[in-house]
Design a binder for this molecule. Structure first.
Ligand code: HEC
Length: 152
């Protein structure tokens, strides 16, 4: 009885895979779009990226934000310190650097903002932990990474 049920389920599964309409559709719906590889424009770190961190992140990502005196996540995003804490700096939650210049897939910051950090062995929650960040600001941070994560 159990075996017959199992065989039946396998057959149904095969039928679904064999039906082009069905499988094609579900696969497209669940696929994540490939990460972008080129920036849509040049972005200034000081004038465009840092203001986003200063507005949306430093309440938690500053020394003293955490009760033991450190910044939350061990990450300081305050002006003057953020670039060195991000670019080429290994994240504390995964094997990836926080920012790998020119490479979104290898940048943990990108995964924390997009909510895909589990896929790269990360932990915790999507950033920002409180408040929100609009899509155009995430795209801007991604453009900065894709453009080489410079400190201009
Ligand atoms: C309300 C507090 C809070 C805010 C606001 C916040 N964060 Fe965080 N962040 C945390 C905490 C707590 C952690 C560690 C736990 C976790 O990852 O969920 C963390 C972890 C991180 C990490 C992982 C650091 C590492 O080395 O692995 C990144 C990257 C990050 N935050 C980026 C941001 C950015 C960018 C913003 C602003 C857009 C932001 N966070 C806003 C609290 C916050």
């Amino acid at each position: 009885m159990r075996l017959r049920l199992f065989v039946g389920l396998v057959a149904m599964g095969l039928a679904a895979v064999a039906t082009p309409g069905l499988s094609g559709c579900s696969r497209e719906a669940s696929a994540t779009p490939p990460a972008r590889r080129t920036p849509s424009r040049a972005v200034s770190f000081q004038n465009e990226v840092q203001p986003i961190f200063s507005k949306r992140c430093i309440a938690c990502h500053s020394p003293g934000a955490f009760e033991d005196g450190t910044a939350m996540g061990g990450l300081v995003l305050a002006s003057g310190r953020s670039h060195a804490q991000l670019v080429g700096y290994k994240s504390l939650e995964s094997k990836l650097p926080r920012v790998a210049p020119g490479d979104l897939e290898q940048s943990y910051l990108h995964h924390k903002l997009r909510g895909t950090f589990m896929k790269v062995g990360g932990i915790g929650v999507k950033m920002p932990l409180a408040g929100e960040i609009p899509e155009d600001e995430i795209l801007l941070i991604e453009d900065w990474i894709l453009g080489g994560a410079k400190i201009d």
